[in-house]
Design a protein around this ligand. Structure first.
Ligand code: HEM
Length: 197
Protein backbone atom coordinates (compact mmCIF):
# COMPACT_ATOMS: atom_id res chain seq x y z
CA UNK A 1 0.00 0.00 0.00
CA UNK A 2 2.84 2.28 0.77
CA UNK A 3 4.27 4.02 -2.31
CA UNK A 4 7.84 3.18 -3.31
CA UNK A 5 9.45 6.38 -4.52
CA UNK A 6 12.90 4.68 -4.48
CA UNK A 7 11.97 2.38 -7.31
CA UNK A 8 10.36 5.16 -9.37
CA UNK A 9 13.25 7.55 -9.13
CA UNK A 10 15.65 5.78 -11.52
CA UNK A 11 12.90 5.55 -14.16
CA UNK A 12 12.15 9.25 -14.04
CA UNK A 13 15.91 10.04 -14.10
CA UNK A 14 16.55 8.04 -17.23
CA UNK A 15 13.44 9.60 -18.79
CA UNK A 16 14.87 13.04 -18.13
CA UNK A 17 18.36 12.09 -19.35
CA UNK A 18 17.25 11.17 -22.86
CA UNK A 19 16.17 14.67 -23.87
CA UNK A 20 19.43 16.00 -22.38
CA UNK A 21 21.48 13.77 -24.62
CA UNK A 22 19.23 14.56 -27.54
CA UNK A 23 19.72 18.24 -26.84
CA UNK A 24 23.49 17.82 -26.90
CA UNK A 25 23.31 16.04 -30.26
CA UNK A 26 20.87 18.63 -31.55
CA UNK A 27 23.16 21.44 -30.49
CA UNK A 28 26.16 19.81 -32.24
CA UNK A 29 24.29 19.33 -35.50
CA UNK A 30 22.47 22.61 -35.31
CA UNK A 31 21.91 24.53 -38.55
CA UNK A 32 24.57 27.05 -37.48
CA UNK A 33 27.20 24.33 -37.09
CA UNK A 34 26.25 22.72 -40.37
CA UNK A 35 26.53 26.10 -42.07
CA UNK A 36 29.92 26.77 -40.45
CA UNK A 37 31.21 23.33 -41.50
CA UNK A 38 30.04 23.96 -45.05
CA UNK A 39 31.80 27.35 -45.13
CA UNK A 40 35.04 25.88 -43.73
CA UNK A 41 34.93 23.00 -46.24
CA UNK A 42 34.29 25.43 -49.08
CA UNK A 43 37.20 27.67 -48.01
CA UNK A 44 39.54 24.66 -47.69
CA UNK A 45 38.45 23.55 -51.16
CA UNK A 46 39.15 27.03 -52.59
CA UNK A 47 42.62 27.06 -50.98
CA UNK A 48 43.32 23.61 -52.46
CA UNK A 49 42.15 24.74 -55.94
CA UNK A 50 44.32 27.86 -55.74
CA UNK A 51 47.31 25.76 -54.77
CA UNK A 52 46.78 23.31 -57.64
CA UNK A 53 46.14 26.13 -60.12
CA UNK A 54 49.20 28.15 -59.12
CA UNK A 55 51.45 25.11 -59.39
CA UNK A 56 50.34 24.50 -63.00
CA UNK A 57 49.82 28.07 -64.23
CA UNK A 58 52.93 29.84 -62.91
CA UNK A 59 54.77 29.60 -66.20
CA UNK A 60 51.80 30.96 -68.14
CA UNK A 61 51.48 34.12 -66.12
CA UNK A 62 55.13 34.99 -66.64
CA UNK A 63 55.31 34.43 -70.40
CA UNK A 64 54.81 37.34 -72.77
CA UNK A 65 52.21 36.83 -75.47
CA UNK A 66 53.68 35.39 -78.65
CA UNK A 67 52.33 36.44 -82.06
CA UNK A 68 54.19 34.84 -84.94
CA UNK A 69 53.71 32.67 -88.01
CA UNK A 70 56.04 29.67 -88.01
CA UNK A 71 57.23 26.85 -90.17
CA UNK A 72 56.95 23.27 -88.94
CA UNK A 73 60.68 23.39 -88.13
CA UNK A 74 60.30 26.55 -86.01
CA UNK A 75 57.27 25.15 -84.24
CA UNK A 76 59.29 22.12 -83.17
CA UNK A 77 61.29 24.26 -80.69
CA UNK A 78 58.20 24.90 -78.60
CA UNK A 79 57.68 21.47 -77.08
CA UNK A 80 58.07 22.70 -73.49
CA UNK A 81 61.66 21.54 -73.10
CA UNK A 82 63.26 24.95 -73.49
CA UNK A 83 63.92 27.12 -70.38
CA UNK A 84 60.70 29.17 -70.59
CA UNK A 85 58.60 26.00 -70.89
CA UNK A 86 56.36 27.43 -73.60
CA UNK A 87 54.33 24.83 -75.48
CA UNK A 88 52.73 25.43 -78.87
CA UNK A 89 50.47 23.14 -80.86
CA UNK A 90 49.20 23.57 -84.42
CA UNK A 91 45.68 22.55 -85.42
CA UNK A 92 44.32 22.95 -88.93
CA UNK A 93 46.96 25.44 -90.01
CA UNK A 94 46.82 27.58 -86.86
CA UNK A 95 49.31 27.66 -84.02
CA UNK A 96 48.04 27.94 -80.44
CA UNK A 97 49.89 28.69 -77.23
CA UNK A 98 48.88 25.74 -75.04
CA UNK A 99 51.33 26.53 -72.24
CA UNK A 100 48.45 26.74 -69.76
CA UNK A 101 47.70 23.15 -70.70
CA UNK A 102 51.29 22.01 -70.34
CA UNK A 103 50.23 19.24 -68.03
CA UNK A 104 48.68 17.73 -71.18
CA UNK A 105 51.12 18.76 -73.91
CA UNK A 106 54.34 19.43 -72.01
CA UNK A 107 57.11 16.90 -71.34
CA UNK A 108 55.70 13.82 -69.64
CA UNK A 109 52.10 14.81 -70.36
CA UNK A 110 49.63 12.39 -71.96
CA UNK A 111 49.59 14.43 -75.18
CA UNK A 112 53.28 15.41 -75.21
CA UNK A 113 53.52 14.00 -78.75
CA UNK A 114 51.50 17.04 -79.87
CA UNK A 115 53.78 19.60 -78.14
CA UNK A 116 55.67 21.66 -80.76
CA UNK A 117 53.88 19.76 -83.54
CA UNK A 118 51.00 19.90 -85.96
CA UNK A 119 48.45 17.79 -84.08
CA UNK A 120 45.76 17.91 -86.80
CA UNK A 121 46.19 14.39 -88.16
CA UNK A 122 46.49 12.83 -84.69
CA UNK A 123 43.38 14.61 -83.47
CA UNK A 124 41.43 13.68 -86.60
CA UNK A 125 42.33 10.00 -86.31
CA UNK A 126 42.13 9.91 -82.50
CA UNK A 127 45.72 8.85 -82.14
CA UNK A 128 48.31 10.55 -79.94
CA UNK A 129 50.98 10.64 -82.61
CA UNK A 130 52.48 13.33 -84.78
CA UNK A 131 54.69 13.20 -87.80
CA UNK A 132 57.90 15.04 -88.51
CA UNK A 133 56.79 15.78 -92.06
CA UNK A 134 57.68 19.23 -93.34
CA UNK A 135 54.05 20.23 -93.87
CA UNK A 136 50.97 18.02 -93.70
CA UNK A 137 48.25 19.30 -96.03
CA UNK A 138 45.83 16.67 -94.66
CA UNK A 139 44.54 16.12 -98.20
CA UNK A 140 44.04 12.38 -97.68
CA UNK A 141 41.73 12.78 -94.68
CA UNK A 142 38.06 12.02 -95.27
CA UNK A 143 35.29 14.52 -94.64
CA UNK A 144 34.48 13.17 -91.17
CA UNK A 145 38.10 13.46 -90.13
CA UNK A 146 38.29 17.00 -91.50
CA UNK A 147 35.11 17.83 -89.62
CA UNK A 148 36.79 16.55 -86.46
CA UNK A 149 39.88 18.70 -87.16
CA UNK A 150 37.65 21.77 -87.43
CA UNK A 151 35.91 20.94 -84.17
CA UNK A 152 39.27 20.59 -82.42
CA UNK A 153 40.36 23.91 -83.93
CA UNK A 154 37.23 25.57 -82.51
CA UNK A 155 38.01 24.11 -79.07
CA UNK A 156 41.58 25.34 -79.17
CA UNK A 157 40.45 28.81 -80.26
CA UNK A 158 38.15 28.94 -77.26
CA UNK A 159 40.68 27.72 -74.73
CA UNK A 160 44.08 28.95 -75.91
CA UNK A 161 45.77 32.07 -77.35
CA UNK A 162 46.31 32.16 -81.06
CA UNK A 163 49.98 32.58 -82.00
CA UNK A 164 49.80 32.63 -85.79
CA UNK A 165 49.65 30.48 -88.89
CA UNK A 166 51.57 27.32 -89.60
CA UNK A 167 53.46 28.20 -92.77
CA UNK A 168 53.49 25.98 -95.82
CA UNK A 169 56.92 25.61 -97.45
CA UNK A 170 57.80 28.87 -99.21
CA UNK A 171 55.00 30.83 -97.56
CA UNK A 172 55.90 34.23 -96.09
CA UNK A 173 55.11 35.02 -92.45
CA UNK A 174 52.77 37.88 -91.57
CA UNK A 175 54.28 40.74 -89.58
CA UNK A 176 52.15 41.32 -86.52
CA UNK A 177 52.27 44.66 -84.72
CA UNK A 178 52.19 44.75 -80.92
CA UNK A 179 48.70 46.27 -80.83
CA UNK A 180 47.25 43.88 -83.35
CA UNK A 181 44.44 41.75 -82.04
CA UNK A 182 44.03 38.12 -82.95
CA UNK A 183 42.70 38.02 -86.48
CA UNK A 184 40.78 34.83 -86.00
CA UNK A 185 37.99 35.60 -88.45
CA UNK A 186 39.95 35.47 -91.66
CA UNK A 187 41.79 32.20 -91.82
CA UNK A 188 43.92 32.32 -94.94
CA UNK A 189 42.90 29.03 -96.52
CA UNK A 190 43.55 26.40 -93.88
CA UNK A 191 43.70 22.71 -94.86
CA UNK A 192 40.00 22.41 -93.90
CA UNK A 193 39.09 25.24 -96.30
CA UNK A 194 41.11 23.60 -99.04
CA UNK A 195 39.16 20.39 -98.52
CA UNK A 196 35.84 22.27 -98.89
CA UNK A 197 36.87 23.93 -102.17
C1 HEM B 1 41.19 6.12 -73.15
C2 HEM B 1 41.52 7.18 -73.83
C3 HEM B 1 41.42 8.58 -73.33
C4 HEM B 1 41.01 9.07 -72.16
C5 HEM B 1 40.49 8.31 -70.95
C6 HEM B 1 41.14 10.52 -72.23
C7 HEM B 1 40.79 11.38 -71.22
C8 HEM B 1 40.81 12.74 -71.33
C9 HEM B 1 40.35 13.64 -70.31
C10 HEM B 1 39.76 13.25 -68.95
C11 HEM B 1 40.52 14.89 -70.77
C12 HEM B 1 40.12 16.18 -70.06
C13 HEM B 1 41.25 16.60 -69.15
C14 HEM B 1 40.90 17.91 -68.45
O1 HEM B 1 40.31 18.81 -69.07
O2 HEM B 1 41.26 18.03 -67.27
C15 HEM B 1 41.10 14.79 -72.08
C16 HEM B 1 41.42 15.85 -72.86
C17 HEM B 1 41.98 15.74 -74.11
N1 HEM B 1 42.23 14.59 -74.79
FE1 HEM B 1 41.97 12.72 -74.11
N2 HEM B 1 41.63 10.86 -73.44
C18 HEM B 1 41.81 9.71 -74.16
C19 HEM B 1 42.29 9.60 -75.42
C20 HEM B 1 42.67 10.65 -76.20
C21 HEM B 1 43.23 10.51 -77.54
C22 HEM B 1 43.45 9.22 -78.30
C23 HEM B 1 43.50 11.77 -77.97
C24 HEM B 1 44.12 12.17 -79.26
C25 HEM B 1 43.40 12.47 -80.27
C26 HEM B 1 43.11 12.68 -76.90
C27 HEM B 1 43.24 14.04 -76.95
C28 HEM B 1 42.83 14.90 -75.98
C29 HEM B 1 42.98 16.34 -76.06
C30 HEM B 1 43.62 17.11 -77.20
C31 HEM B 1 42.44 16.86 -74.91
C32 HEM B 1 42.26 18.32 -74.56
C33 HEM B 1 43.36 18.82 -73.62
C34 HEM B 1 43.16 20.32 -73.47
O3 HEM B 1 42.26 20.73 -72.75
O4 HEM B 1 43.91 21.06 -74.09
N3 HEM B 1 42.61 11.97 -75.86
N4 HEM B 1 41.27 13.48 -72.37
Amino acid sequence: MASTPETKAPESESFEEAPGFANTIASVISPVNILLSAIISFLLFKIYCKFVKSSTDTVVLELPKLRKDMTVAELRHYDGNQPDGRVLVAVNGWIFDVTRGRRFYGPGGPYAAFGGKDASRGLATFSVTSSDKEYDDLSDLNSMEMESVKEWEAQFREKYDLVGRLLKPGEEPTTYSDEETEDTDSPASTPADKKRE
